[in-house]
Design a binder for this molecule. Structure first.
Ligand code: NAD
Length: 436
């Protein structure tokens, strides 16, 4: 479909939905297979775009953007028929003879608004769910990742059903115009300020929303755990995409006497991962733009630099940086960092760590490195977060049977795998009692 005004785009997609052609399983599987072909055939175009937008190296870009989406897609293709089967429901005896079941109805026209940090994955993974659930889709990629946005806009209509999927590029004016239209679901990934704008616009038509937001995801490190392994996994999770990951470890709460040893291990892990000069490592990314670069470098004074701190505005390079002796009131603790700076705050015990976490907004993820089952139990019961992971940051989002989403300020709703089908469908109750 040629780009045109948002009202016409949505009317066109609604007309397609109303024909019923997006409902059969075959159509849905066909679209998912077409998306697979697109990602496979055009892999090099996407890798080049991701490098242009964020300096992403080919290995990381493949794994976190293309490979991730293919896994999500393959899991969905493998299970979709089973997920769409009507689910029998039990009935009180007084209703018998009768049957009850739940069917998943497609919603209609879905709007997906994607951010810049994983500009391919976070556009296409929701698209997988929306198409698998039998909807038509308007996809709005992020203008802050312009090369990836352009590649999506050019290629998607060539592979997918152009009567059912439309890509609308643009920034605030274009998104505002889109949000004036009536949708059956809006799926937004990004920051909470815009999340509020999206939700307010959705209220006009009582459109349900999924808000995949961010926040400061803490890491609790307990003494006695293997700090070398902890540091290595923290470095891989934190500095992926130069720290511009919604579930990146934001800060470390080092319990008891673990801080000093952890500092040394983190410095060693950064060097082991990125070498003495991370700027020369082709797999180490760059900050998305100068505004974010300036915001991040202003946070470097928030503590003692353990490793890193080096930066170059011309190339938007900011070294993997660890800060120690950070005060809870320091600027770096007042906002989601969303960059390669990892502050360490020492806390006396687990009680203090839990109080610290619970005194702030509910995070998108909480991580803990501990050998204690009791600590795991306490964190599970006494804290609230979108996800809780022990021993490994970030990777939970690549487990398709786990829901991915936030709670409170970190978002509402969830997706991935079968949870995407729930998000993009209506669970319709059916009661069937013979008339005679
Ligand atoms: P962004 O600036 O790319 O914005 C996201 C989308 O919102 C874009 O498509 C943009 O065009 C649109 N937008 C921006 N301003 C708007 C406005 N005034 N009205 C309507 N639409 C508007 O991305 P961002 O928000 O900077 O992304 C970073 C944030 O996203 C972080 O907080 C991060 O934690 C969060 N995030 C969350 C997830 C998740 O899955 N939960 C994933 C990635 C990022």
């Amino acid at each position: 479909m040629a780009p045109t005004d948002p009202g016409t785009v949505v009317a066109h997609l609604r007309a397609t939905f109303d024909t019923g052609r997006t409902k059969p399983l075959d159509w849905r599987l066909g679209q998912l297979q077409a998306l697979r072909t697109l990602l496979t055939e055009q892999q090099d175009v996407f890798l080049a775009a991701l490098h242009a937008d964020l300096g992403k190296g080919p290995a990381e870009a493949y794994r976190t953007e293309i490979g991730f989406t293919l896994n999500e897609l393959d899991h969905t293709v493998a299970h979709l028929a089973e997920w769409l089967r009507p689910k029998p429901a039990g009935l009180p005896d007084a209703f018998l003879p009768a049957e009850a079941r739940v069917v998943r109805d497609p919603l209609g026209v879905v709007l997906v608004i994607a951010p810049w940090n994983y500009p391919l994955q976070l556009a296409l993974a929701p698209l997988v769910g929306a198409l698998a659930a039998g909807n038509t889709v308007v996809l709005k990629p992020s203008e802050l990742a312009p090369a990836t946005s352009a590649a999506i806009a050019e290629l998607l209509p060539r592979y997918l059903d152009p009567q059912a999927v439309a890509v609308v590029e643009g920034a605030v004016p274009e998104t505002t115009a889109l949000l004036e239209q009536r949708f059956d679901h809006i799926f937004y990934t990004g920051n909470g300020a815009v999340g509020r704008i999206v939700m307010a616009a959705a209220a006009r038509y009582l459109t349900p929303v999924t808000l995949e937001l961010g926040g400061k995801s803490p890491v609790v490190v307990e003494p006695g755990v293997d700090l070398a392994a902890t540091a290595q996994r923290l470095v891989r999770g934190k500095f992926l995409n130069a720290g511009q990951t919604c579930v990146a470890p934001d800060y470390v709460l080092a319990v008891g006497d673990s801080a000093t040893e952890l500092e040394a291990q983190l410095a060693a892990a950064v060097e082991a991962t990125y070498g003495a000069d991370p700027a020369a490592d082709p797999e180490y990314g760059r900050i998305v733009n100068e505004r974010h670069f300036d915001r991040l470098t202003a946070l470097l004074d928030s503590g003692r630099v353990v490793t890193g701190g080096g930066h170059d505005r011309a190339t938007r390079y900011l070294a993997p940086t660890v800060l120690a002796d950070v005060s809870p009131e320091a600027p770096v603790m007042r906002e989601e960092i969303f960059g390669p700076i990892l502050p360490i705050i020492a806390v006396p015990d687990l009680d203090a760590a839990i109080a610290f976490i619970n005194g702030r907004e509910k995070p998108l993820a909480l991580y803990a490195f501990t050998d204690s089952e009791q600590t795991k139990q306490r964190l599970t019961i006494e804290t609230s977060s979108g996800a809780l992971a022990f021993g490994l940051p970030v990777s939970h989002l690549a487990v398709p049977e786990l829901p991915f989403g936030g709670v409170g300020e970190s978002g509402m709703g969830r997706y991935h795998g079968e949870y995407s089908i729930d998000t993009f469908s209506h669970a319709k109750a059916i009661l069937d009692k013979p008339v005679s």
